[in-house]
Design a binder for this molecule. Sequence first.
Ligand code: PTJ
Length: 259
Amino acid sequence: MSRIPPDHPRYLSLVTRDKVVEGVKIGITDIHGLIAHGRGETFDYLIGEKTTDMAAYAQRAAVAMLLLAKRPVISVNGNTAALVPDELVTLADITRAKLEVNLFHRSEARIHKIIRHLKSRGAGVVLGHKGDARLDLSHGRAIVDKDGIYSADVMLVPLEDGDRCQTLVNMDKKVIAIDLNPLSRTSLSATVSIVDNIIRSIPNMIQFARDMKEVEPYRLQKVVDLYDNRKVLSSAMYEINETLKNEAVRQGIPWNNFP
Ligand code: PTJ
């Protein structure tokens, strides 16, 4: 990793970027993951690089869904494995979810490397190597494990592509997306759309899971029933709008001062 001075104003962002670069170097992250990360950074800037109240509301509902699930699965790709491996293992552990590696730019070598990477961080069983079932899709993410993603009732899909998200929803699964872009097809089609950076989102979800683990199922169900994903999406869009508007106002030129 490159040496980043801790007093650099963009320290966290640079360290996070370095993790993705390192992921590419050690072969767990696909080169396209760098572009995806850059896209995420842009949206993170626009939401103010913070977990909004509505993102926290979505994270809480997502955790309630995972705790209520019969066959929960957390889907892992090359970016998430590079950014939050320990946290994914912890969240899976608390929510009893299976971890399954599922890749858009699929290669057997990378699947095995990510499985080894997660195991080195304490994961027990990690699925994804069997590939004995198929989703109705034309790319690498179609290949899944029968006793994992294929039969899951609730799935957490961080940094997902829109096609698969829609396919999973069509299979009557509850799909929880983590995607900083509220306009992505993934965010627009998921059951719960967490518009937040994965590096903040998974630790928050771990905290919610610890807090809610012993809560009675009917109370968890209430959290799920009261959840409204449309509110979450529109509030993320308003939030971005607000950031831009406030910044423009800070420049001191009134809006109506343009031809
Ligand atoms: O490892 P693979 O082969 O499965 O490939 C993974 C990537 C991420 C390369 C692949 O799925 C891809 O190309 O994804 P997209 O279509 O670029 O979508 C990624 C989405 O995640 C975009 O909407 C980004 O805004 C968002 N995103 C990127 N980084 C983060 C993020 N969302 C939350 N947290 C991030 N750190």
